[in-house]
Design a protein around this ligand. Structure first.
Ligand code: FE
Length: 341
């Protein structure tokens, strides 16, 4: 009788995939650098009792580490802020596909990875902000237009070593081709208000300080500035307005990127990881993202934060986001060739 019960239990275990090797934790390799993530993982721990451990580094370092650790890696999930890095990891053979109807139903069809290796949790647009004192919205139109001589000495943007700029350049390369992007990049460098330095927030602060008139930044940084506890940051946020480029009828839309997760090839805690991704794409967790990091939600049932909604809706460039990885090396060559430091 006892043996009979044990075999029934083991059959049930196979059917319901209760992996007995799985510990009560999840190990995440994370490139994300936002306060909201800590809150999300704490909420998940409270709900499930599953402990979330996070190791932070930049995306390339984490991918290298996954490669070196191979089948012995303790990592279950890799999360980054760039589809290009996810595509790179998939190409390196570091990930496995995630099959969960719940996750697929939670996220916008437009944001889903066509190859099935990564799950978007949020997205962000790389937009323009302009000085309320020195620029009128009617003067702005496209990313391409920023290379025009009329913007000489007025453009602020961070260094080309930054992944956000590399992704933007990759998208332009994919859309416009090498010759056009090289001309564009030379034009931008010509129009720099100063040598690239600082992060996205610093570009907005430089507009507030009168050092330049237009900055290329990720959308959520404006939400973060406006909701900052530091008055100087709120003032910087209020000194500019948001402009979504390439919105004309025949234009392709503004460049976006996702922040997303991939599951490692040998994830020791696979079921726990799927649970976490189901949670992070749920309405509850998506509301936590939008109201704390000011990113756009991957779940279409959730509205962006009020600040972000106030900028209005915009047309998204529907380029396959994996191309941000495909064209990464070409993009870096363009930066180097045209002197964008
Ligand atoms: Fe960021």
């Amino acid at each position: 009788m006892k043996n009979y019960l044990i075999s029934i239990l083991s059959v049930l275990c196979i059917v319901y995939s209760c992996d007995t090797n799985e510990s009560n934790e999840i190990n995440i390799y994370s490139q994300r650098h936002y306060e909201v993530d800590k809150k999300q993982y704490e909420n998940f721990e409270q709900k499930t009792g599953i402990k979330v451990n996070v190791i932070k580094a930049n995306a390339d370092e984490l991918l290298e580490r996954l490669k070196n650790e191979g089948a012995n890696s303790p990592a279950d999930l890799f999360v980054t802020v760039d589809a290009g890095k996810l595509q790179k990891g998939a190409e390196m053979g570091l990930f496995q596909k995630i099959n969960s109807d719940e996750i697929n139903n939670n996220v916008s069809k437009e944001l889903i990875d066509k190859n099935g290796y990564w799950i978007p949790i949020t997205y962000r647009a790389r937009i323009l902000v302009y000085s309320n004192d020195r620029v009128m919205a009617s003067e702005l139109s496209t990313y391409e237009d920023l290379a025009d001589e009329k913007w000489k000495g007025r453009i602020l943007v961070r260094s080309s070593s930054n992944a956000y700029n590399q992704a933007l350049m990759s998208s332009l390369y994919a859309n416009l081709g090498q010759e056009t992007v090289e001309k564009w990049s030379s034009g931008i460098v010509n129009n720099f208000a100063r040598d690239p330095k600082g992060n996205d927030r610093d570009q907005v602060k430089a507009i507030a300080a009168g050092q330049g008139d237009i900055a290329i930044v990720n959308s959520y940084y404006i939400g973060l500035l406006l909701s900052s506890e530091k008055q100087q940051e709120v003032d910087a946020g209020n000194s500019v307005s948001v402009f979504f480029p390439n919105q004309g009828e025949n234009e392709r839309g503004s460049h976006i990127n996702i922040s997303g997760f991939a599951m490692t090839k040998n994830a020791p805690n696979k079921q726990n990881s799927i649970k976490l991704l189901e949670y992070l794409t749920s309405v509850e967790a998506q509301e936590t993202y939008v109201n704390n990091s000011y990113e756009y939600p991957a779940n279409p049932l959730v509205m962006p934060s009020e600040i972000v909604q106030s900028w209005g809706e915009f047309k998204i460039d529907e380029l396959d986001l994996n191309k941000l990885g495909t064209y990464r090396n070409e993009a870096i060559k363009v930066f180097d060739k045209t002197g964008w430091k």
